[in-house]
Ligand binder design. Structure first.
Ligand code: SF4
Length: 160
């Protein structure tokens, strides 16, 4: 798992492009999610998300995916769950002070983000983790957010 995780970071641009192609599909399917009901699709979609992302990113299903802002290195693999950069304990060789045989998740994130087109997003401050979303699908959340934003814009145009 660890070597796959590191391989993904080395190929962060490829995974960024894959997600850029995948995200609009999930958003386009929003009417379907709405029709079936988000609650009903949550279980199968989150299972599918877990299966694919666990294998590739060692995903912990935090429900608020930050991969596109962290060089495809999942911040939840940090033993201190640091979501906004490394702690002060990174070893001189770039490894983790808690797991000294492993690279710091944030050293990896920096390397991965340098390979990505949108790598500058690593500078964006991540919001504190909402633990109520643990185990839920980030994909569905993205679709839901996009639909909500679209209907809000529609409403604002209507009001003008
Ligand atoms: S940031 Fe969250 S959803 Fe994304 S790979 Fe890590 S644990 Fe999974």
């Amino acid at each position: 798992m660890y070597s796959i995780r590191r391989w993904v970071v080395r190929n962060a641009r490829f995974f960024e492009a894959t997600y850029q192609a995948f995200e609009p599909v999930v958003i386009k399917l929003a009417p379907l999610w709405n029709k079936v009901g988000y609650q009903r699709v949550e279980k199968p979609v989150s299972k599918l998300e877990k299966l694919s992302k666990e294998l590739l990113f060692d995903c912990k299903m935090c429900g608020q995916c930050a991969l596109s802002a962290t060089g495809m290195s999942c911040p939840m693999n940090c033993p201190k769950s640091m979501r906004n950069g490394p702690c002060g304990g990174v070893l001189q060789n770039g490894n983790c002070e808690v797991l000294p045989d492993k690279r710091c998740v944030w050293v990896e994130a920096w390397e991965g983000s340098k390979k990505m087109q949108g790598g500058g997003e690593i500078h964006v401050v991540q919001l504190p983790l909402d633990h109520r979303l643990q185990g839920s699908s980030s994909w569905l959340r993205v679709a839901r957010q996009a639909t909500d934003e679209a209907s809000q814009h529609k409403q604002e145009r209507h009001d003008d």
